[in-house]
Design a protein around this ligand. Structure first.
Ligand SMILES: [Zn+2]
Length: 329
């Protein structure tokens, strides 16, 4: 993903405002806390299991399109989704990068409980960036990023969720989409300011969605494994899916993660949910780490985005939050 503007605007009371309908929204915003909830079984998200899926992806090497590790990891991801009982669609596409390179790309889609018409869709990008163009050492700028956090963390979390989905049937149907070619945007050392060079896989998927029944909302996970995360609210999620933000952030708060899921605006960024919202109209939020004062985590787009710099507790807090949201539906 790529950050366009960083606004550190503190919006205290934003959620309360949303629940009273103070923020314009295309849909009626429900205050979930006022609706008596029946106790539902919530599976226990296993962060060690999630970390093992993260490590496995990184063991292939950087998953840069048109490379061996990319092809091998695609096979692994499709195989895991099948192993967990999903119907799998592999969406192949030749996508054109900022520099004209044809990227042999694959969105990998797992469909759980296809008979259910009430559905939610989850996304993470599985490719890694070909350039560590924000590394402090310029000698690393043309080296690939391992993408332990930027890519593998979101996918790992969704694989652990997939494992839970097989064991414990939720009330809703769930689609998991691993998006390709998110992170092949034009590098800082070759900035031509072309439009739409990021998120190529989601742009393709948004124009060619796989579903028959449109999911009621979506959650994108990106950089959900860094230490001391700051999950603040990005501009697109606030504008397009404020009630989903409210649902997820209030669930995190109830689980005791309010110090990390912050009630404030994190800024504006280009990530897959921008295209998903625009092209499909599915209200979709992004859970993304805006930490470190510069907008993204320290290791973002550097050669230090490796499994050793992952914090399993972060995978756990996001995993438990998303699991609770889905199984409370
Ligand atoms: Zn990235």
């Amino acid at each position: 993903m790529y950050k366009t503007i960083l606004l550190l605007l503190v919006l205290s009371g934003l959620l309360a405002c949303n629940s009273k309908g103070g923020t314009p929204s295309p849909n009626e915003v429900k205050n979930v806390s006022e609706v008596p909830q029946k106790e539902k079984y919530i599976p226990v998200f296993n962060p060690d299991s999630a970390f093992s899926y993260l490590k496995k992806q990184c063991d292939f090497g950087p998953r840069v399109p048109n490379t061996g590790p990319h092809r091998a990891c695609a096979e692994y991801l499709a195989g895991e989704l099948k192993r967990f009982g999903a119907g799998v669609i592999e969406q192949n596409a030749d996508l054109i990068a900022y520099n004209g390179t044809v990227l042999k790309s694959k969105n990998i889609i797992g469909i759980f409980y296809p008979e259910k018409t009430n559905r939610v869709i989850l996304f993470a990008h599985w490719d890694s960036r070909p350039y560590a163009d924000y590394d402090p050492d310029p000698a690393n700028h043309r080296k690939p990023v391992m993408g332990a956090n930027d890519g593998a963390s979101g996918v790992a979390l969704l694989l652990e969720l997939a494992r839970q989905l097989q064991q414990h049937e939720p009330a809703i149907g769930i689609d998991i989409v691993f998006l390709d070619a998110e992170d092949y945007g034009e590098p800082a050392f070759e900035l031509l300011n072309r439009r739409d060079t990021w998120c190529l896989g989601s742009q393709y998927w948004g124009k060619n969605p796989h579903y028959k029944t449109k999911p009621k909302y979506g959650i994108l996970l990106d950089m959900v494994g860094g230490p001391n995360p700051e999950f603040s609210m990005d501009e697109t999620s606030l504008r397009m899916a404020p009630d989903i933000l409210q649902k997820v952030w209030s669930t995190a708060s109830k689980l005791g993660y309010g110090d990390y899921f912050l009630n404030r605006q994190g800024g504006s960024l280009i990530d897959d949910h921008v295209y998903i919202n625009a092209l499909t109209g599915i209200p979709t939020i992004d859970i993304i780490d805006f930490s470190n004062g510069r907008g993204f985590p320290e290791a973002w787009h550097t050669v230090n985005d490796i499994p050793e710099n992952i914090d399993i507790q972060t995978l756990e807090m996001v995993g438990k939050t998303v699991t609770k949201v889905l199984y409370s539906e």
